[in-house]
Design a protein around this ligand. Structure first.
Ligand SMILES: *Cc1c(COP(=O)(O)O)cnc(C)c1O
Length: 354
């Protein structure tokens, strides 16, 4: 018989669970790898660069960490359905956990680009999709109203259970490193994840579970066309290739600013070109394929090292928030010759340049 690791919420029960709470629903979330990125680190100028690859979660993004807690609690509270506004990964995760719980899942999608893989996941799991002619903020407003009317439990990150569950990412980073990193970099969309990581690092420290003490600097990166926190005002029509962070008015804005300021960190903007470039070098140098939004942290760290704002010996963790297969259309790779040639060794060798 093989040993199965305890489900995520059981593993960190002391920091998350209420008295006697049980968590019957689990898809095996969390426990994602922390990869020492030696080749990527050399390219950027860091000796201790790590990638926390969240693409290995059950639905391929970190959203599962919070969704598992939100859906378990929705079930315990007698919910009839769950609902979310989503640009993609939230709907994929909500649909999966709702399916496992036997609950209907409704998704309000803002009009515009949606990553193909994410939509396929939600549809496959039986979610009911409604596209509205408005941006994400309009979709989220409608969802909040549905929640207030008691028609369904909202599982967006405005649900505090989502952030509570997402703290486990920080717990795992400290457990894997045996210490707190010097800095943690990640993309910022609705700003829930940067807030949850910061809460998590603090909770771990308070529980005396961080050897050596200490807290990381939080480094958040928005896309240039969707950078409300950087600009200090909401963006009416956010645009970026990184659809997961195409957010004009982040739900956790204040929490993110507090995390930035209390940690001595920063929130800056990176361009779509920098994001796509980072996505490419992460997979070319480390074999880790993440979606565009996920690469924003690496793009930002690259700039901070080049500027001398991060030093070579620092331990830096970049959270790669979602899997590259989510958004295959965003990959700008040369596919080589896809015109068939004769199945003859000489012709094939010539084509290979060998
Ligand atoms: C949701 C998401 C983000 C943004 O996280 P926030 O908590 O909204 O800031 C980044 N990357 C991916 C892949 C996501 O799914």
């Amino acid at each position: 018989m093989t040993d199965h690791p305890a489900p995520l919420l059981e593993r960190y029960r002391a920091l998350i669970a209420r008295d006697d709470e049980t968590f019957p629903i689990s898809l095996g979330e969390g426990g994602t790898p922390l990869i020492h990125a030696v080749r990527l680190g050399a390219e950027l100028g860091l000796d201790n660069l790590y990638l926390k690859f969240e693409g290995t979660n059950p639905t391929g993004s970190f959203k599962d960490r919070g969704m598992v807690l939100a859906v378990n609690r929705a079930v315990a509270a007698g919910a009839r359905a769950v609902v979310c506004a989503s640009t993609g990964n939230t709907s994929a995760s909500a649909a999966a956990y709702a399916a496992a719980a036997g609950l209907p899942c409704h998704v309000i999608l803002p009009a515009g680009k949606v990553a193909r893989g994410k939509l396929a996941q939600a549809l496959a799991a039986g979610a009911r999709l409604i596209m509205v002619d408005g941006n994400f903020d309009a979709a989220l407003n409608a969802v909040r109203r549905l929640g207030e009317d008691g028609l369904a439990v909202v599982v967006n990150s405005v649900n505090p259970d989502r952030l509570a569950g997402q703290q486990t990412g920080a717990f795992e980073v400290v457990d894997a490193l045996g210490r707190s990193p010097d800095a943690l970099a990640l993309p910022v969309g609705n700003a829930g994840n940067i807030s949850a990581y910061w809460q998590g690092f603090n909770a771990y420290l308070d529980a005396d579970r961080t050897p050596g003490g200490g807290l990381p600097r939080m480094l958040g990166f928005q896309a240039e066309g969707a950078a409300p926190i950087v600009r200090g005002e909401a963006v009416e029509e956010p645009e970026t290739v990184a659809t997961a962070i195409r957010i004009g008015n982040p739900a956790s804005w204040e929490l993110a600013v507090a995390a930035r300021d209390r940690s001595g960190g920063l929130i800056e903007a990176v361009s779509d070109d920098e994001i796509l470039d980072a996505q490419r070098i992460i997979v070319r140098l480390e074999g880790v394929f993440c979606e565009p939004a996920s690469a924003a942290g690496v793009a930002g760290v690259r700039r901070l090292v080049a500027d001398g704002r991060l030093e070579r010996q620092m331990t830096v963790v970049c959270v790669l928030t979602g899997h590259g297969l989510k958004d295959p259309d965003a990959v700008q790779a040369e596919e080589g010759s896809l015109t068939p040639i004769a199945p003859e060794l000489d012709a094939i060798r010539r084509e290979m340049g060998l």
